[in-house]
Write a protein that binds this ligand. Structure first.
Ligand SMILES: CCCCCCCCCCCCCCCC(=O)SCCNC(=O)CCNC(=O)[C@H](O)C(C)(C)COP(=O)(O)OP(=O)(O)OC[C@H]1O[C@@H](n2cnc3c(N)ncnc32)[C@H](O)[C@@H]1OP(=O)(O)O
Length: 161
């Protein structure tokens, strides 16, 4: 299976935050951000493997700063690393003040997607070729993160309480 460049999966979305997207503080709902993250990350994963995918997990999602009504929400995702059937996707979320152009980082996260075959079973995915400094930085520690998730999953599955 031919390896694919990280840039081939890069997916970018910009939307404006309108009143129905916001809570009583006039800032975007956390759940709305999470839904965007899953959507954009799943597109990146499918662009990498060209297969249907399911979300297997998401790492922590910290809301570092609010995104206010009238701001643009800018989301970027790409596949950083793959193992056999799973793909790690990095997602970065920024708020843009559309009047000044100033951008603020509001969240980042890693999600893991698994590619499925015709029978809905996990299937092999291509490796990733990181090219830029950013892509290489995420790639470098991805195996460690994979092992941590594997441990976390085993602990959850073995839990008795
Ligand atoms: C007309 C229709 C057209 C349709 C056109 C197609 C469109 C279709 C796509 C649409 C795009 C939207 C995308 C939405 C995405 C959802 O909304 S999906 C809904 C939420 N997710 C789920 O319901 C997933 C539920 N979980 C599962 O189904 C299974 O646990 C999984 C994830 C498939 C894994 O299957 P398994 O049999 O347990 O397999 P296992 O061999 O243990 O693990 C396989 C791989 O998964 C990894 N893995 C498993 N669990 C985890 C975990 N918790 N964390 C990290 N990695 C994990 C393993 O490490 C392993 O990785 P590799 O070492 O192979 O690389």
């Amino acid at each position: 299976m031919n390896a694919r460049k990280a840039s081939e999966s890069r997916t970018v979305m910009t939307d404006i935050v309108l009143p129905p997207d916001t809570n009583t503080h006039g800032t975007i709902f956390g759940g709305r951000v999470m839904a965007y993250v899953d959507r954009i990350a799943s597109i990146a994963a499918m662009r990498h493997c060209r297969r249907p995918v399911v979300t297997a997990s998401s790492d922590s999602l910290d809301f570092l700063a609010p995104i206010r009504v009238g701001d643009a929400i800018c989301i970027e995702a790409f596949v950083t690393w793959t193992h056999k059937t799973s793909m790690e996707v990095f997602v970065k979320i920024e708020a843009e003040d559309l009047l000044t152009g100033k951008r603020r980082l509001t969240s980042t996260s890693y999600l893991t997607f698994v590619a499925l075959d015709e029978n809905g079973k996990p299937t092999l995915v291509p490796e990733v070729i990181p090219e830029t400094e950013e892509e290489k930085w995420h790639y470098a520690k991805a195996k460690e993160r994979y092992e941590m998730r594997k441990k976390r999953r085993a602990e959850l599955l073995n839990r008795t309480l």
